[in-house]
Unconditional design. Structure first.
Length: 281
């Protein structure tokens, strides 16, 4: 069977299609009746839980450069996709999804049951309301986008997201280990390989990377929003809140985050007030 584009495994791994064939019926059989390959894999999982260590090749990626078609040359014109062992990716995704996070009301993208259209609708409705609001002052909006989002988030933010999300110490330690021990293998023009240890970011191509980035980024933005409100606390500014009649929760509609895109609204009473807020942002 043909492997999907950019879904092939690293040189030391097997395609996902082969693993799926080998693991058919594993969840429905007892340990004693498992085929030899499934039994070996089951013992590996048990050994990981007992020892608290994962195989090195599960945390090592083979980096493949694909063009962005943005007209740029050299590194800015390419995106690195990381090929990881299929079993290792599935294992980490299962660990990550053992517990669900509670994202803030303004966060969309990489979050189950929250769609891109909801983020756009929230911003458009908010802008429509503020244009017709009978207030003395001006509204302004700012948009930000993170370049190379997955690879730009700090390891500390990822570790903090893991700690907030998980309550099982064994799973939490294995996820911390995955973030700390990640390795990237790059191949050169002469088939020479270099092994790198990234000090920031999560790996694009990993099944759990989108949710890892989302949890870490949203936690950082929540702290930024809290500190920003403290710095810009002013009675002249209008408090902007939406009260949800269903659950009684008050939400702040001035900020919307869609994956790595941030839209933030503000109200200013003068150009000096506008300058102060932009500088604080």
């Amino acid at each position: 069977k043909k492997v999907k584009s950019f879904k092939r495994p690293p040189p030391w791994g097997l395609p996902a299609e082969i693993w799926k064939l080998l693991l058919i019926g594993m969840s429905r059989l007892s340990i004693a009746s498992l085929p030899i390959i499934q039994k070996i894999l089951w013992y590996i999982f048990v050994a990981i839980r007992i020892s608290g260590y994962q195989p090195v090749w599960w945390t090592t990626s083979w980096a493949v450069a694909i063009p962005k078609f943005n007209g740029k040359r050299s590194c800015p014109g390419f995106r690195l996709i990381h090929l990881l062992d299929f079993i290792g990716k599935s294992w980490i995704r299962q660990l990550w999804q053992e517990q669900r996070s509670h994202p803030p009301c303004w966060a969309f993208g990489f979050i189950p049951n929250r769609r891109r259209e909801q983020a756009l609708l929230q911003q458009r409705l908010f802008q429509l309301r503020v244009r017709h609001a009978p207030v003395h002052g001006s509204w302004f909006f700012a948009k930000e986008d993170i370049a190379n989002a997955f690879m730009s988030i700090s390891k500390n933010a990822l570790h903090d997201a893991i700690h907030r999300r998980h309550h099982d110490l064994s799973s939490e330690n294995l996820l911390h280990q995955r973030v700390t021990d990640e390795m990237i293998m790059l191949s050169g023009p002469d088939d020479d390989c270099v092994l790198l240890s990234p000090q920031v970011g999560c790996l694009p191509g990993d099944n759990a990377a989108p949710q890892q980035f989302s949890d870490g980024y949203n936690n950082v933005l929540a702290l930024w929003r809290r500190d920003l409100n403290a710095v810009l606390k002013d009675r002249r500014r209008i408090p902007l809140e939406i009260h949800d009649l269903r659950d009684g929760i008050s939400a702040d509609p001035t900020m919307t985050v869609m994956a790595d895109d941030l839209a933030k609204a503000g109200f200013c009473t003068s150009r000096w007030d506008f300058r102060k807020q932009i500088q604080a942002w």
